[in-house]
Design a protein around this ligand. Structure first.
Ligand code: BES
Ligand code: ZN
Ligand code: ZN
Length: 501
């Protein structure tokens, strides 16, 4: 799909207009953002066939209106914010696909409210289009309609028309939305690839390839180096697998060297069977997504570099499988993390925190301004928040404010979770400094966060994002996300956060 932004309307096979509620006193009426189309569709409007409700739409096939074969009218309700437009774009995409449109014109005048709000609105819309265009079908042998659909999709041109098309702020946000959505789609693919095709080595190689030409420097440590670097958490988890672990380091310098970097850390479990504390078989295949934290911080770093943001970034991803061979870590085994702290592995399925421990130590050593980590860390967060809100943990009030603002501006949902000394106490070990399992009942996500906190350098502001609920299969809520598949959660929020440093 190709999306263009122009001032003047171009011809195409489909014209897309919008219907929303216009309030005149008590009288609520449907308003269409195209006067002569409103006249043409008067009967449909009067007969209430046309709805202005958000997510409703009406497709008028073969009506030959002003050179367009079909006309699509999409409802926006009474809130024209960026999230409404992101979701409306998904409706537009679905309809264009259904009529196999090769070119469509989308009228945004009257929808982009004013110069102040238009940038975010256009960004939401273009993100919605490109996010919905993602389709993970590369593993299907291209036959039947599957191949044709893909062709039609990739060749579709969508022309967004607005009198604000040449406004500098609008143009910048249009470009930002494009880069962000493409980065999200890049990360989604990493998550969607199955464990055998997305091993730690393949992940590292793919990332090395992807950063070419972006100004990002990529360094990859192999097993021998990981051992030499005293990363006992990452090494311990990888022992049960024949695949070598990798420690991926990305560095982007968009600001003078004197400016401290912001650090991203992501869990890169390319497959988690639980280890000796093996998981039940049902839905175990979903554990290929256990590297979405890693994939998503990589996507955020790529986007920051492509947007040439004036910030320094360090992004680290410990990558391994959690499997179960004769050398696997056993319940009760004790390993030593990079900062010298020892931990008992009382449940080998609580492995994410172990590999993140070393990564957080390494990130802290770079003396960053702030650390953000993302991980599909606990089943407990899915129980607590479901799949709309990402649970995040920080004890830093200023950072909390930044996170809330960034999520709001990005159209992502976050929820602040508690992290206290009670949770830290629950993670004390019997034989070692720490246990990877809580001695208390419940609060599994908070105790996991408390474990991570032990590896964050003193005084460094840090926020941990548990994306276990939001990293995949959120399409039931968000129409621009796959019903089954990786979502790219928090990439947009992380890029927005980077603007604040
Ligand atoms: N990768 C899982 C967490 C997970 C569960 C993600 C469900 C997505 C959906 C993680 O490694 C794990 O297994 N955590 C355990 C920790 C427990 C053993 C303390 C969990 O949450 O059950
Ligand atoms: Zn696990
Ligand atoms: Zn895991």
């Amino acid at each position: 799909m190709k999306v263009e932004l122009t001032k003047l309307s171009q011809t195409g096979s489909v014209l897309v207009a919008f219907a929303f509620n216009s309030k005149k006193g008590k009288d609520e009426r449907l308003k269409l953002n195209h006067a002569s189309l409103a006249t043409r569709l008067k009967n449909a409007i009067d007969g209430k066939e046309l709805s202005s409700k958000a997510q409703d739409c009406a497709l008028f096939r073969d009506i030959d209106f002003e050179g367009f074969r079909h006309v699509l009218v999409v409802g926006l309700g009474d809130n024209l914010d960026h999230e409404t437009l992101r979701q409306a774009a998904a409706t537009v995409h679905g309809n264009l696909k259904s009529v196999k449109a090769n070119k469509a014109t989308v009228l945004l005048d009257g929808v982009l409210t004013d110069k102040r709000h238009a940038p975010r609105q256009i960004q939401g819309f273009v993100e919605g289009l490109i996010l919905t265009d993602y389709n993970f079908d590369e593993l299907k042998s291209k036959k039947k309609d599957n191949g044709n659909d893909k062709k039609a999709n990739s060749e579709m041109v969508v022309n967004l028309v607005s009198s604000l098309a040449t406004d500098a702020g609008v143009k910048k946000s249009f470009h930002e939305g494009m880069v962000l959505a493409e980065s999200v789609n890049f990360s989604r693919r990493l998550g969607d690839l199955p464990g055998n095709l997305m091993t730690p080595t393949i992940l590292a190689n793919t990332v090395v390839e992807a950063v070419k030409g972006t100004g990002i420097k990529a360094t990859v440590w192999d097993k021998a180096r990981i051992k030499k670097e005293k990363m006992g958490g990452l090494l311990g988890v990888s022992m049960g697998s024949d695949q070598e672990p990798r420690f991926i380091i990305l560095e982007y310098k968009g600001a003078p060297a004197s400016k401290k970097p912001i650090a991203f850390v992501g869990k890169g479990l390319t497959f988690d069977c639980g280890g000796i504390s093996i998981k039940p078989s049902a839905a175990m295949e979903e554990m290929k997504y256990d590297m979405c934290g890693g994939a998503n911080v990589i996507g955020a770093t790529l986007a920051i570099a492509k947007l040439k943001m004036k910030v320094n970034v360090i992004c680290v991803v410990p990558a391994t499988e959690n499997l179960v061979n004769g050398s696997a870590t056993k319940p009760g085994d004790v390993h030593t993390a990079r900062n010298g702290k020892t931990f008992e592995v009382n449940n080998t399925d609580a492995e994410g925190r172990l590999i993140l421990a070393d990564a957080l130590c390494y990130a802290s050593e770079q003396e960053p301004q702030v650390i953000f980590d993302a991980a599909t860390l606990t089943g407990a967060i899915v129980m607590a928040l479901g799949n709309t809100h990402t649970g995040y943990f920080t004890r830093n009030a200023a950072l909390k404010k930044k996170v809330e603002e960034a999520a709001e501006a990005s159209g992502e949902w976050v929820w602040n979770m508690p992290l206290t000394d009670f949770h830290v106490k629950d993670m004390k070990g019997t034989y070692a400094d720490l246990s990877n399992m809580s001695s208390g009942k419940g609060a599994g996500s908070a105790t996991a966060a408390a474990f991570l906190e032990q590896f964050v350098g003193e005084g460094i502001p840090w926020a941990h994002f548990d994306i276990a609920g939001t990293a995949w299969s959120v399409g039931n809520r968000l129409p621009y996300c796959p019903k089954k598949g990786a979502s790219g959660a928090m990439i947009r929020t992380f890029v927005e956060l980077a603007k604040q440093y």
